[in-house]
Design a protein around this ligand. Structure first.
Ligand code: ADP
Ligand code: MG
Length: 239
């Protein structure tokens, strides 16, 4: 079977510090994988390696069967959503969504089609002419998701996209991300330190500690049969 994303014997060192250690991870087409673990365990580093924002020290990354270990981020077929929204402050929402497509030289009517589809899916149609400063945190994060959506990529990467939001918005947007996945059926790799997010969103959860995956399984199995005290303690403690 061809995997959507395959990570083979991946290691990353910052100087002498081994941040990721011989990681292997195979992700199926359309699977929602959550990387879960406490701050500093290497979740963002792993995501940034997959995105091509960091060079690996050792190992290989395959996306759609292609070895992308040394490909540019823009050539990997991924879209990334960060914790901080990283929108262009001087551009309207419409411009924020279309900018990358314009730069790539896409035809105007195709750009319009994609922007209106993303606006419809994320329910941000009425906001298209606003600037980011005039949006709420939740609305900004929808626009950030929209920027990945218009690119029509196979793989979405999320790095703690809800961490800056208050509890109510966090649960609303969590439901929406789940709905988005059910509609698009693309592969999603989602980083969080929040057990509830992981248990409610994931098809499978990879619980990480010190740059190593401790357990990779469904929420049901992780919750009911943690492989060790670390996993049990982390899943059982409130976030
Ligand atoms: P997480 O996202 O799980 O909180 P990170 O992937 O950000 O963890 O960080 C993993 C480890 O790597 C941490 O110990 C962090 O201090 C270290 N680290 C992250 N980025 C750098 C960097 N640019 N240089 C040196 N160490 C780093
Ligand atoms: Mg992080």
């Amino acid at each position: 079977m061809q995997h959507s994303v395959s990570i083979k014997d991946l290691s990353l060192n910052f100087g002498n510090v081994k941040v990721l250690q011989h990681l292997d991870l195979d992700i199926g087409q359309g699977e929602f994988i959550v990387l879960l673990g406490p701050s500093g365990c290497g979740k963002s580093t792993l995501l940034n390696c997959i995105a091509g924002l960091l060079d690996v020290s050792e190992g290989q990354i395959f996306i759609g069967g292609k070895n992308v270990t040394w490909e540019e981020p823009k050539d990997r077929g991924i879209g990334m959503v960060f914790q901080s929204y990283a929108l262009y402050p001087q551009m309207s929402v419409e411009r924020n969504l279309s900018f990358g497509l314009r730069v790539s030289g896409m035809k105007k009517d195709e750009i319009e089609k994609r922007v209106s589809r993303a606006a419809e899916i994320l329910q941000i149609g009425p906001l298209l002419q606003r600037k980011p400063a005039n949006l709420s945190g939740g609305q900004r994060q929808r626009v950030a998701i929209g920027r990945a959506l218009v690119r029509d990529v196979d793989v979405f990467l999320f790095d703690e996209p809800l961490s800056n939001l208050d509890a109510k918005l966090r649960s609303d947007l969590r439901v929406e991300i789940k709905r988005l996945h059910q509609r698009l059926k693309n592969t999603m790799i989602y980083v969080t330190h929040d057990q509830i997010e992981a248990l409610t969103l994931a098809d499978r959860i990879a619980v990480m500690k010190g740059g190593v995956i401790q357990q990779l399984d469904t929420p049901h199995v992780i919750y009911n049969r943690p492989v060790n005290l670390y996993v049990a303690g982390f899943i059982g403690s409130p976030s």
